[in-house]
Design a protein around this ligand. Sequence first.
Ligand code: PGA
Length: 251
Amino acid sequence: MRKKIVAGNWKMNKTFQEGVDLAIEIDKLYAESGDKNVKVIVTPPFTHIAEVNKVVNNDLISVAGQNCSTETSGAYTGEISAEMLWSAGADAVILGHSERREYFGETNEMLNTKVKKALEFNLTPIYCIGEVLAERESGKYFDVIKEQLQTVLFDLSVEDFSKVVLAYEPVWAIGTGKTATPAQAQEVHKFIRDLLKEKFGAAADNTSILYGGSCKPDNAKELFANPDIDGGLIGGASLKAADFMGIINAF
Ligand code: PGA
């Protein structure tokens, strides 16, 4: 059975102490909540990872990075390697977020390398895909998503593929307050799973596919109720412990 996952993407928010305090609050609220059938991930800025990892119960909450380098190590000023993330206590990494694609020129080719680097150093890649508004409106979104999947994941072995988590994030819904309707999201999630099944067979039945894009406590339940939506990648609403818990509790 595939895992239910709720991952908070803090982006470039929270000072060190604010981040540690948020992690402590999330940890406390989750420890007190009844059902713990959801894998909870928090994704602070790099500088906070080691400390956040210390203050949460690692059996309940995992810590992830927001990006990693295409390179293993060496003279790449400002870069953070997959191995560094792992050594600081992360066990996953978000890759290909639309903000990385748009503002930092990340291509599918680079992301193919990053996914492999993450796997090499025992990090779960949380690979993000999704279309921009013009691609949605012109009806090209299936082609865009297909390309993002084929070019980045299709040369993995089934064994490596089975370690990957997907996040479908329609770019027009990120941080805009505009959510994809549950039907729109399910349509794409099913499309993604069918494509993955064609390539990787039954392994795709166990792949968690998260929805991202203005997911909030008040719309999470109807999104998560769909058969191919296995959780959420949460931006804005992950910055407040109570809102983040509201989404976790939507399962
Ligand atoms: P949002 O961000 O929840 O603020 O829309 C989602 C994301 O970018 O992962």
